[in-house]
Design a protein around this ligand. Structure first.
Ligand code: S3P
Length: 441
């Protein structure tokens, strides 16, 4: 295990090159592997989660290569032509890889066994098993729908119309991916909007996707068996990863940093909206579009923050950012109340529990409810002086390192290895900007 410790840092300055968007990276490899001809991907996140998807797509018969200049090239043979993998698909720590690829396999006449690390093996898969079962796939596995499990894809996948019982882009995407190899129209209704990278990229590769906003929610339909052609994809920097240096700069006096070419998709941008409401000095410039996704540069300067109420409706647009928002809240004046965040209990860890325990250990006032988290900052700052269990959760590990950068005494995390799943060289990039992060022996 690599244990890291962060201590009070001097002002953060300069440009920080945040790695590529994890959601878009997974999708580019999957769609490239389903398309006929050559797909190139620049700016792909080379984190372990995405590399697990690359390996799985190879096992399913796609050619996936990395060029020396960092460009990735993918060749597929078309929707419906995937090979049955010869071995178990191990998706490591990645819920997105597991659930999206279960959708892909469910729509093909092949079987595959899915597994992952201890964190992924405890996460719920019933939410994809139910709709993919309606499409005609069968699932054999442990009680409670946990990995490892075997997916037997449908011979003749059926088009379904399915209303999401939980706001989940992974579930929506799994159904739409299965729908790609289905004759007719597959429809997902989402009562609450979730990230729409799948729909955007389906169009980019040549599928017909209809989206309607109706009283029951957003209705997304894909016409099955489209001709998918290889395309070029430019992956923006991940706003979820950008949130870590952004909060680090906000809480470290004198900081002024620039985060370049970050994805600005409104369905991902809730944390920046929230920080701005809390009083953060955040400026967005150079707005442009890459492969259908809005992109821009984000300048962040140290700011005095105040606590606010974060409404439940905002949760899907910042679902991965509550851990780092709780760190910002620890340095804000007054209480920040986060509502409607029960989904955090089934992420890489039970994030309400891991954050509440860790913040309390570091001397922050925190109250954990069934689906709420309330953090009260104080003008005396944060004590720190704690060793935090990150519980195989990259975002918990990075959040507490950021907390340590602003705390009076150092904050350490027990295991930093999972940071590589989404933000390779996080510690190195942050050190380059002025952060004090050391290895613990
Ligand atoms: C993701 C969707 C979200 C998010 C995850 C990535 C995606 O999960 O937490 O990190 O790429 O579709 P849910 O769909 O479970 O909310």
């Amino acid at each position: 295990m690599t244990s890291l410790s962060a201590s009070k840092s001097s002002a953060l300055t300069g440009t920080i090159k945040v790695p590529g968007d994890k959601s878009i990276s997974h999708r580019s490899l999957i769609l490239g592997g389903l398309a006929v001809g050559r797909t190139t991907v620049t700016g792909l996140l080379e984190g372990e989660d995405v590399l697990a998807t690359a390996a799985a797509m190879r096992a399913l018969g796609a050619s996936v290569k990395r060029h020396e200049d960092g460009t990735w090239e993918i060749h597929g043979r078309g929707i419906g032509t995937l090979d049955e993998p010869e071995d178990v698909l191990d998706l490591g720590n990645s819920g997105t890889a597991a659930r999206l690829l279960m959708g892909v396999v469910a729509g093909h006449p092949i079987s595959a066994i899915f597994t992952g690390d201890a964190s992924l093996r405890r996460r719920p898969m019933g939410r994809v098993i139910t709709p993919l079962g309606q499409i005609g796939a069968a699932f054999h596995g442990r009680a409670g729908g946990k990995l490892p499990l075997c997916v037997v894809g449908a011979r003749d996948p059926l088009p379904i119309r399915y209303t999401l019982p939980v706001a989940s882009a992974q579930v929506k995407s799994a159904i739409l991916l299965a729908g790609l190899n289905t004759a007719g129209e597959t429809t997902v209704i989402e009562p609450e909007k979730t990230r729409d990278h799948t729909e955007t990229m389906f169009r980019h590769f040549g599928a017909e996707v209809r989206v309607e906003d109706l009283p029951e929610g957003r209705v997304i339909s894909v016409t099955g068996q489209p001709e998918f052609h290889g395309r070029d994809v430019v992956v923006p920097a991940d706003p979820s990863s950008a949130a870590f240096p952004a909060v680090a700069a906000l809480i470290t006096p004198g900081s002024d940093i620039l985060l370049e070419a970050v994805g600005l998709n409104p369905l991902r941008f809730g944390v920046f909206e929230t920080l701005i409401e809390m009083g953060a000095d955040i400026e967005i410039t150079n707005r442009r579009e890459e492969a259908g996704e809005p992109v821009g540069d984000i300048r962040v300067r140290a700011s005095e923050l105040k606590g606010i109420e974060v409404p439940a409706e905002r949760a899907p647009s910042m679902i991965d950012e509550y851990p780092i928002l709780s760190v910002a809240a620890s340095f804000a004046e007054g209480a920040t109340v986060m509502r409607g965040v029960g989904e955090l209990r089934v992420k890489e860890s039970d994030r309400l529990g891991t954050m509440a325990r860790g913040l309390a250990k570091a001397g922050v006032r925190v109250e954990e409810g069934e689906d709420t988290l309330a953090v009260t900052g104080s003008s005396n700052g944060v004590a720190g002086d704690a060793l935090i269990e990150a519980d195989l959760d990259h975002r918990i590990a990075m959040s507490f390192l950021v907390l340590g950068m602003g705390a009076e005494s150092p904050v350490a995390i027990d295991d930093a290895r999972t940071i590589d799943t989404s933000f390779p060289d996080f510690a190195g990039l942050m050190r380059g900007a002025g952060a004090k992060i050391q290895e613990r022996t």
